[in-house]
Design a protein around this ligand. Sequence first.
Ligand code: SAM
Ligand code: SF4
Length: 334
Amino acid sequence: MNSDLVDNFSRTISYLRLSLTDRCNLRCRYCMPEDIKGGLQVLRHEDLLRYEELLRIVNIVVKMGMNKIRLTGGEPLVRKGVMDFIDALSHIDGLEEIRLTTNGVLLHEKAKGLYNAGIRKLNISLDSMRPDRFKAIAGVDLFHKVWQGIETAEKIGFDVKINVVAMKGVNDDEFVDFARLAVERPFQVRFIEFMPVGNDSTWDKATYISSSDLEDIVGEMGELEPLAGRRMDGPARVYSLQMKNGQTGEVGFISPISHHFCDTCNRLRLTSAGRLRACLLHDREADLKSLLRNGASDKELQELIRQTILDKPKGHTLADDQANCSGQMSRIGG
Ligand code: SAM
Ligand code: SF4
């Protein structure tokens, strides 16, 4: 591994998350609430990095030694031309894996193309399996469309992870249904602690539920056995859930607040505004887009990436002060 990827705390930053757009076809109330003060602000098209600019950056980080990227957003699949972009990414030598985080709305139509471009792993976000509640959380009545996308992805043979943001009083009565889904279908289901991100965050203490409480709820259903050596699962603590009837499934718990995983964080983010961000929960960003558009050489871009890695904070402090991180989640990409 190239030493350019090692930060000041000996973490190797091997993974880039690209937020392709801050636009979305859903309006999840914890991410893009419709009633946001002053209206929802989205970037102008010219403020997004163009695909050729993104390809140039990916080529540079791959030369620096990164081998994995994740496409996110906003909703990455709503960006025009995204399939050709993914195809171009798949031809970059040294880029071993492209992963995608999606809300699943457009997955049924696009799954085959994604598979043909070499994507094998999908994270699909789903906070409720009840159509009415899905609509109440996501703002749009599209549960059936998402479910169709999930089933198509399963049929095609993707490795599917379902991400559930756990919210007390909102979807807590479905945690056992989601855990059962992990047993009945070949999906790893991961519960994510609700985070206070964005100035207009709907986060509050009453809605937050910690991973340990979640583990207790899921643990009631059967035996939770930690799966060792699963570093590629990123920040999730992953368990095998063995039900009393002998069936098993995989469940994961992502605890950015209660047990933060900053010590092993290996990621760098490029926001849809073209800014490099070393920590999701820390507002410091470097303006890569301006440098790029002012005619910077690859070497200069590489130096900014290197500096951002060196400046990566040791960790975040949300658990201590519950301060909001002001960046907009749909721009940062989660
Ligand atoms: N639109 C895509 C999707 O929903 O999967 C990709 C972008 S979305 C910002 C990425 C992930 O962040 C989703 O799984 C979403 O549920 C999660 N997320 C957004 N806001 C969050 C919050 N405040 N706390 C925890 N997770 C959040
Ligand atoms: Fe869109 Fe994903 Fe944010 Fe929901 S979480 S509004 S699907 S970007």
